[in-house]
Write a protein that binds this ligand. Structure first.
Ligand SMILES: C[S@@+](CC[C@H](N)C(=O)[O-])C[C@H]1O[C@@H](n2cnc3c(N)ncnc32)[C@H](O)[C@@H]1O
Length: 247
């Protein structure tokens, strides 16, 4: 791994006992936005996975890694710096095609053009300095390879002081660190404008193919009417980009 000249978000909130217990209970109860809002739109954006070599950044308990091999990926490297998440991912995965690396995404080094797909699900809003990571992962991709990522939507990260389900937006133009409370105080996230995120991907040499702001499916709203506010302001931004083929 290359440890030099990289900017690292030093936060490790996922190793906080109280935060981890609260977050994982929410995920295991499937009561968050993952299944009802993010996952269907995210999976629909993935390229064909047959024999694909995949890297998943901020993999958490490895759920997406397992889905990716089930859908045909040859191998998936899940990366997460949280020791608690790393242990849970290893425990929940019995498949030689999936490996886990306990590391900050910003510190991973992989050979150029060695990866078909880089995914990241709901993790990039924890990364303080996104452009260097985007540039780094763009080198890992083979020409024609894909980058598919979801993150907390900038309308949500803009003003956490407005509460967990704001239907108004404030401080959108002011980018940077946000100190939020989610299970515990002091959960640091990074707010960026949509244009900054998209231009960062373009500046890394990738071609944007799709941008999606998913809202709850009709089916999930019938089961969980409390998700209604996510139909008013989107909770998640998802984008798909490709590394151009040489001309
Ligand atoms: C909201 S969870 C999402 C987990 C998983 N991707 C999913 O969708 O189920 C965010 C994860 O990103 C990880 N994470 C946050 N910042 C990271 C970084 N800079 N490098 C690697 N992992 C990171 C956290 O430890 C946590 O497991």
């Amino acid at each position: 791994m290359g440890w030099h000249n990289v900017s690292v978000s030093m936060q490790n909130i996922y190793d906080d006992e109280v935060f981890f217990a609260g977050y994982q209970a929410m995920r295991d109860a499937r009561s968050g936005i993952n299944e009802a809002v993010k996952q269907p739109a995210f999976l629909a954006l993935l390229p064909p996975l047959d024999d694909a070599v995949v890297v998943d950044l901020g993999c958490g308990d490895g759920q997406l890694c397992r889905v990716l091999v089930d859908k045909g990926a040859k191998s998936v490297l899940g990366v997460d710096h949280s020791a608690r998440m790393f242990a849970l991912a290893e425990k929940r995965t019995v498949d030689d095609r999936v490996r886990y690396l306990k590391s900050f995404a910003e510190q991973v080094t992989l050979p150029a053009s060695s990866v078909d797909l880089v995914t990241s699900s709901l993790a990039l809003h924890y990364v303080a300095d996104l452009p260097p990571l985007l540039e780094r992962l763009a080198t890992w991709l083979r020409p024609g390879g894909w980058f598919v990522a979801s993150m907390e939507h900038p309308v949500v990260t803009a003003a956490p002081e407005l509460g967990s389900h704001p239907c108004i937006v404030d401080n959108y133009a002011s980018e940077g660190e946000r100190d939020t409370t989610w299970y515990v105080e002091g959960v640091v996230k990074y707010h960026r404008r949509i244009s900054t995120i998209i231009n960062g991907v373009i500046d890394a040499g990738l071609a944007i193919r799709r941008v999606i702001e998913p809202t709850p499916t009709t089916e999930s709203l019938v089961q969980r009417p409390n998700l209604d506010h996510y139909g008013r302001l989107p909770a998640v931004l998802i984008l798909a980009a490709t590394k151009p083929l040489p001309r």
